[in-house]
Design a protein around this ligand. Structure first.
Ligand code: NAD
Length: 379
């Protein structure tokens, strides 16, 4: 049984799928791990570290693709790599199957089994495999740190002999995993924090972190699906949220936006007109930029200035924290691998809820209904 760790092909990627610690736990009598030379360098793991953990180092990507039984990845392999996969091998990672299902076609044709970490169901047994939460935690923290660094003001209230400095005001939109981490980080730096989310349950969590929750009366609308995720809102409900946000944003120094609806474009929460009303020198950090952005003026992948407001729309913010992002992700992947590797053999129990939920393709077919529908919609 060969597990291969390849260099990530995406230019802005610095994470690695499995760290040396994970490799050490995996290698044994019947599982060997091969690492493409340099795969871990940007996340602080050298070839020597992997060798010390029991892996072999290879200079030939083509050979690894042709021989590996399991390839854990951060991002899906590019099509030219997928075409070289060993028939029936397994690829696991952030495969973006709902956003770009066609990008997996070459692997499906090779008969590869594909598991998407985004689709791991959020049930208690799968908590240790919840890579979305791991990355959201890192993203929420980093967004506040970058915003604090760029803000031409201090975050905390300071009383000095030269006068009193009022605390910065931070507005957080979307109080899921990333939003709650952003709130906690901004509070620790001394800012006054307000937050908004459509899910009523988020209100208590926001308040428990010492932030104010912005209440919007949506007339008893059902905003949450049975998985605990936000539903896509009606245009009217979205507009009510936007009005409350525009009012709060006028006096905010930093707005961190994190709102997402799985498999859809991110909801538009800040209209350009609301940005125009914000104070010059303030900051919007749009963590939903990869899904289109929560702010109308966000340019995904860029940092821009609109009416004096700096808008960050990073394409891959977690890649700026590669050591801990890789460490958490690697642990999530290792826990997932334990489900499918039994005594050195691949055992794919498709009746298991976690396997069934996260399996995108099996035996040359797309087996996930939502992914199949997304693929048809784009054909
Ligand atoms: P997410 O990244 O999909 O979205 C971020 C936040 O944006 C969510 O809180 C969502 O309610 C909010 N949002 C979406 N549309 C909005 C709109 N129009 N206006 C305002 N807010 C909007 O979500 P997430 O952070 O991955 O987590 C979503 C939920 O899942 C949370 O309740 C979280 O606690 C829960 N969760 C459960 C588990 C588990 O049980 N294992 C693990 C992680 C998260």
């Amino acid at each position: 049984m060969l597990v291969a760790i390849l260099k990530e092909a995406r230019e802005d990627e610095t994470r690695v799928a499995l760290t040396p610690d994970a490799v050490k736990a995996l290698t044994g009598k019947s599982v060997s791990v091969a690492v493409e030379s340099g795969a871990g360098v940007q996340s602080g793991a050298t070839d020597q570290d992997y060798e010390a953990a029991g892996a072999s180092i290879s200079g030939s990507r083509a050979e690894l693709l042709a021989t590996a039984d399991v390839i854990p990845v951060v991002n899906a392999l590019p099509a030219e790599d997928q075409e070289k996969l060993k028939r029936g091998s397994v690829m696991i990672g952030f495969l973006r199957p709902l956003d770009d299902p066609a990008a997996l076609s070459a692997a499906v044709k090779r008969g590869a089994t594909l598991f998407s970490m985004e689709l791991v169901p959020r049930i208690t047994r799968a908590q240790s495999m919840d890579a979305l939460s791991s990355m959201a935690t890192v993203a929420g923290y980093k967004a506040v740190i970058v915003a604090a660094d760029h803000l031409p003001k201090l975050f905390p209230l300071l009383m000095t002999a030269a006068g009193t400095i009022p605390p910065a005001k931070v507005l957080v939109l979307g109080a899921g995993v990333a939003g709650l981490q952003a709130i906690a980080t901004a509070r620790r730096l001394g800012a006054v924090v307000e937050a908004y989310d459509v899910r009523a349950a988020a209100g208590e969590q926001v308040k428990s972190l010492g932030a104010k929750f912005i209440e919007v009366d949506l007339g008893g609308l059902q905003t949450e699906d049975k998985g605990g995720y936000a539903k896509e809102l009606s245009p009217e409900a979205l507009e009510l949220g936007r009005q409350a946000i525009a009012k709060a944003a006028k006096t905010a120094d930093v707005v961190i936006t994190t709102a997402q609806v799985p498999g859809r474009r991110a909801p538009l929460m800040i209209a350009s007109a609301a940005v125009e009303e914000m104070r010059a020198g303030s900051i919007i950090f749009d963590l939903a930029a990869p899904a289109g952005g929560n702010c109308e003026a966000t340019k995904p992948g860029e940092t821009t200035v609109y009416h004096g407001v700096t808008i960050f729309g990073p394409a891959n913010i977690v890649a700026e924290m590669p050591v801990h992002a890789s460490m958490l992700y690697s642990r999530n992947l290792s826990n997932f691998l334990q489900l499918i590797l039994k005594k050195g053999e691949l055992v794919i129990d498709r009746a298991d809820e976690i396997i069934a939920g996260s399996c995108v393709a099996f035996g040359g077919e797309i087996v996930n209904e939502r992914v199949a529908t997304a693929l048809k919609a784009r054909a």
